[in-house]
Structures are given as structure tokens and as C-alpha cells.
Ligand binder design. Structure first.
Ligand code: NAD
Length: 421
């Protein structure tokens, strides 16, 4: 690609990513799956590295999060709340390790689950919770103290009279998310795209009664401003936070060798669905605070940490056919026959459509483009995510022709029915 073509592509990607950022961070309502956003951001960063003079300060590659909403009082973060650099595979992790090794010796890593929620800052003065804020654009967040007070895992008073700002991730457990969306569907309300957006949508409300009803929780994972702080390693700080009464994640591990870090990422890629909360990767941090300071920061993220992102759990594919199988009782179960697609490392070619009502209600048709989501096994949720998530794709209600099925009572075979178009 020559410079002129790159400049055009960069402008196009910047516009697209700015729009996605606005929908995700400000409206809490993304229109594309995260891996699509990540791929485009990766492409932008690649082009900006190839043509450094085309990099501008307002590029989405240089920005953290989204603007705080005007409806909240603004809170300035004395220590900026940054984003994290991303690693998408083993090679990226080994590159990260090489960069660390070039600057410091005898280091070790703390590996933490990357909770898919909303970054929160909690300030305690003399042991009392006085202020809670969102990350916002990293410099200025939104004061959501009253909403955070409704989260039972956030202590209102800690066990020492410390003046300390701690940071962590507020999240909605999977079970609460599914129950909330089911209730919203029944009430005819728009469903949330994922637990992260449900948590953010619950906390960025002016009425704390809404957050109180949503059964949110929070893991604390670092310290922000802490003038009296003298603990010299991240892992010991986590232990101290735990002693103060904060909920820290029990799966955190410390390793010296990057190959052990890679094994930990592989283990959690397989085990993540066992958790009652969503994680979208593993965060790897250099343990020593002195070494962190030596390594420093880029404009957007610390050089001493990286976020390993799991392979996408969502994929876009085509619905080739709808197969109907008739059970012993005569009940008909439709199955979607899909263009095979990789989702979280598995090839998916079939998905249950549950029943005819769902097909009619969602107006599902052969030839449709659908989003497949692995962690939510029900195709209904996938349809929901297609309806609300995928911009540029025709929406169910607008584009899909009504499929009508004749009644089939055959007890023996799988029957394919003609679709009336
Ligand atoms: P990030 O998700 O890559 O990483 C930083 C965040 O990780 C922190 O702010 C914190 O909230 C979180 N985190 C969770 N556990 C942590 C831990 N143990 N230690 C430290 N941090 C931890 O970066 P980001 O800037 O928050 O946002 C980018 C993410 O948002 C990407 O996953 C991207 O796909 C998604 N996004 C999606 C869209 C969309 O339209 N779908 C748009 C914008 C962003």
C-alpha cells in the first residue's frame, strides 16, 4: 500500500473506530462484536507504524475509553486510568517478554483473569469509602458513588484507616445477565448485548435503585493513588487489598518464565466458560513496582503489562439450511446448518433453533447472515446479538423474509421443508 492509499484507509478506519468507541463506551450499546473492533484497531496500528507521519494525537490508537457523560459529576483521575496493550497469541507474549528483558533483569509476572466489566476507581479517606468513578477517557471519569454503594462486595469501610484509591472491575455475573435479559425480553425492552454492557448500563444511571436491582459484583486488581503506600510488589499489594476487605480474584498466579504464562493463558482459554463471570483474556503484569516504574508508560498503556485476548467467541457466518428433526413425541426441532466457522477454537456448523416460534418471531431465513456466540449456547441469544450488535448487516426485522413451515407429523425422519418466500 502506498502512502496515499494508507492515508485514505487510516481516515476510514479512524472514523469507523470512533463510531464503535462511542457506541461501546458512551452508549453502552456496541454494534459490532469485540473481535471485529480489535481487528480494525490492529490494522490501524499496523498502518500507523508503517507510516508514522500519518499518526495523529486524536487517533483511536492513542485514546483510552470514551468521553464521560454530562449527566454525571466529573472526577479527575490524579493517576490516569490507562488501557492495556494487547497480545493475540503466543508470539505476541514472547515479544512482550523480550521487550521487558531488554530493560530489566530478574523480573516475574503476575497473571490475572481479565474480567470483562467496567473499570472502576474507589477512593477511601481514613478508611471510609468517599468516591467511586468510572474510567471515562482515562483522565476524567464519572462520579457514580451512589450506584457503587449498592454493590455488596465493595466495602464502605475498610479494615485500616487508609487513604487509598483502589481500582478494579465491576461486573455482572453470567446468571444475573441471562435473567435480566430474559426479563427485559418479556417486557418488550431491548436486551443488553453482553454482561459488560449490562454492568456499564446499570452503573451509568442516575437512579441507584436500578443498580441495586442488578446484582453486580466487583474484583479489585490494583492501587491508584496511595501516598502512604510502601508495598513494593503488585502481588503483595493484592494480598494487602484482600486483607483490607476487598474482593480480589482467587485465580491470580505468579510466574517467572513466559512459557508458564503461556500455559496459564492456554488453561484459561479452555476453562473460562466454567466461571460465573465473563473474562475476555489474561492480564500479565511485571510484579515489582520499581521495575514497573523503570519500564514506564506509552500515551495509552503501561509498558510493564499486557492483555492477552482469548480467541473470538463470536463469529459471523451464513445460514445455509434449516433442518427439521422429529422427536419421539412428534415435537419438531429445527437446527441451523451453518457455513462452518471457527468460534473460540472449535468449528461450528450446526446450532439449535429451538422451535418454529423462535424462527417466525426472529424472522430467520435461509441465506441469512448470523452471529454465532459460543458461550451462550442458545441460538436465541445469538439472534439477539445479531439484531442489536452487527452494524452494516441488515437487521432481522428489516431484512429477513418470513419463513413459514407446514406442520410435519412424521415420526421417523429428518424432514426438510420448503421455505415459502
Ligand atoms: P482492554 O479491554 O484491552 O484492557 C483494559 C481494561 O481491562 C482495563 O481498563 C480494565 O477495565 C480491564 N481489566 C479487567 N481485568 C483487569 C485486570 N486484572 N487488571 C487490569 N485491567 C483489567 O482495553 P479497553 O481500553 O478497556 O477497551 C478495549 C476493549 O473494549 C476491547 O476488548 C475492545 O474489543 C472493546 N471495545 C469494543 C468495541 C465494540 O464496538 N465492540 C468498541 C470499543 C472497545
Amino acid at each position: 500500500m502506498n502512502r496515499e492509499e494508507a492515508a485514505k484507509k487510516i481516515e476510514y478506519l479512524k472514523d469507523e473506530l470512533n463510531q464503535y468507541n462511542y457506541e461501546y463506551h458512551v452508549l453502552d450499546n456496541p454494534t459490532v462484536p469485540d473481535h471485529i473492533y480489535d481487528e480494525k484497531l490492529h490494522e490501524l496500528i499496523g498502518l500507523e507504524e508503517q507510516f508514522p507521519d500519518l499518526l495523529t494525537e486524536d487517533s483511536p490508537s492513542q485514546r483510552v475509553g470514551g468521553e464521560p457523560l454530562d449527566k454525571f459529576v466529573k472526577v479527575d483521575h490524579e493517576v490516569p486510568m490507562l488501557s492495556l496493550g494487547n497480545a493475540f497469541g503466543e508470539d505476541d507474549l514472547r515479544d512482550f517478554d523480550r521487550r521487558i528483558r531488554e530493560q530489566v533483569n530478574n523480573y516475574r509476572y503476575v497473571c490475572e483473569l481479565k474480567i470483562d466489566g467496567l473499570a472502576i476507581s474507589l477512593t477511601y479517606e481514613n478508611g471510609k469509602f468517599v468516591r467511586g468513578a468510572t474510567r471515562g477517557d482515562g483522565k476524567t471519569g464519572e462520579d457514580i458513588t451512589n450506584n457503587l454503594k449498592t454493590i455488596k462486595s465493595i466495602p464502605l469501610k475498610i479494615k485500616e484507616e487508609e487513604t487509598i484509591e483502589v481500582r478494579g472491575e465491576a461486573y455482572m455475573p453470567k446468571r444475573s445477565f441471562l435473567a435480566l435479559n430474559e426479563a427485559r425480553e418479556q417486557e418488550g425492552l431491548e436486551v443488553f448485548a453482553n454482561p459488560r454492557n449490562a454492568a456499564a448500563g446499570s452503573l451509568r444511571q442516575l437512579d441507584p435503585k436500578i443498580a441495586a436491582k442488578r446484582n453486580l459484583s466487583m474484583f479489585v486488581y490494583s492501587v491508584g493513588k496511595w501516598e502512604a503506600g510502601s508495598i513494593g510488589s503488585h502481588s503483595e499489594r493484592l494480598e494487602y487489598l484482600n486483607k483490607l476487605g476487598f474482593k480480589t480474584n482467587p485465580e491470580t498466579r505468579t510466574f517467572e518464565d513466559i512459557e508458564d504464562v503461556i500455559k496459564y493463558t492456554e488453561e484459561w482459554t479452555l476453562k473460562r466458560s466454567e466461571l460465573d463471570y465473563e473474562i475476555d483474556g489474561i492480564v500479565i503484569k511485571v510484579d515489582s513496582i520499581d521495575q514497573q516504574e523503570e519500564l514506564g508508560f506509552t500515551a495509552k498503556s503501561p509498558r510493564w503489562a499486557i492483555a492477552y485476548k482469548f480467541p473470538a467467541e463470536e463469529a459471523v457466518t451464513k445460514l445455509h439450511d434449516i433442518e427439521l428433526s422429529v422427536g419421539r413425541t412428534g415435537a419438531i426441532t429445527p437446527t441451523a446448518i451453518l457455513e462452518p466457522v471457527q468460534v473460540a477454537g472449535t468449528t461450528i456448523s450446526r446450532a439449535s433453533l429451538h422451535n418454529e416460534d423462535l424462527i417466525i418471531e426472529k424472522d430467520i431465513r435461509i441465506g441469512d447472515t448470523v452471529v454465532i456466540k459460543k458461550q451462550v449456547t442458545s441460538f436465541q441469544k445469538s439472534c439477539v446479538s445479531l439484531k442489536t450488535n452487527v452494524q452494516g448487516m441488515r437487521k432481522f426485522s428489516e431484512c429477513l423474509r418470513i419463513a413459514r413451515f407446514a406442520e410435519v407429523k412424521s415420526k421417523k425422519s429428518t424432514t426438510k421443508l420448503p421455505i415459502d418466500v
